[in-house]
Design a protein around this ligand. Structure first.
Ligand SMILES: O=C(O)CCC(=O)C(=O)O
Ligand SMILES: [Fe+2]
Length: 196
């Protein structure tokens, strides 16, 4: 196998903080976000017609932090209080600065996100993306493009997964469906996008 010539299996450049928030703080943040975020049902054009995304989304950020995601032009809404608190905490631990966040609300195990990398040009070459999880735990898979190697994390409530370096360039990630799961989950991915 190719990676053996370079000394072992590939590993994604991630930092993993499974107990980043106290459980009660994570539970409170989830309830606040359900109310304070302007959740939208986005659609995406596919060869088979227009489809609803299997999750609700929200987008907040500084003015000018416009972001095109899966062909959707996202104008950021104003930051809301709970999101700003989490942003400050994520900036403190990563030593990065974020000017926007994509929020994903998985209403149950039927909601999901397919394989993708966050590689839009406005994110730059080696983006730092801080992913905060609240509520029902969901599996997060990373798959190495060149070798197919898989790494999985159980994204529990209050956890923080920081993706950095070549993670977006060399890996894809997804949140697969979780059959039978009734609990709701909210995920926030803090990013820095080049303002325009
Ligand atoms: O919900 C998650 O954990 C992943 C979210 C994600 O990949 C994204 O927002 O780009
Ligand atoms: Fe992503």
């Amino acid at each position: 196998m190719i990676e053996d010539m370079f000394g072992g299996a590939p590993e994604p450049a991630v930092d993993w903080y499974p107990r980043w928030l106290k459980p009660e703080d994570a539970a409170r943040a989830l309830l606040n976000l359900v109310d304070e975020v302007a959740w939208k049902q986005d659609t995406i054009g596919t060869p088979g017609g227009i489809k609803r995304l299997p999750r609700l989304t929200g987008w907040q950020g500084d003015p000018g932090a416009v972001y095109v995601y899966s062909g959707i032009r996202n104008e950021p809404l104003e930051w809301t209080p709970t999101v700003l608190e989490l942003k400050a905490a994520a900036e403190a631990v990563t030593s990065a600065i974020f000017n926007s966040v994509l929020l994903n609300r998985y209403r149950s195990g039927d909601d999901s996100m397919g394989w993708h990398a966050d590689r839009e040009p406005e994110l730059g070459e080696e983006p730092v993306i801080a992913s905060v999880s609240l509520g029902a735990a969901r599996r997060f898979d990373l798959r190495h493009n060149a070798t197919g190697a898989m790494r999985s994390f159980q994204l529990t409530s209050g956890s923080l997964l920081v993706m950095r370096g070549r993670t977006q360039a060399e890996w894809r990630h997804r949140v697969p469906k979780a059959p039978g799961l009734v609990g709701e989950r909210i995920n926030l991915t803090f990013r820095f996008v080049t303002p325009r």
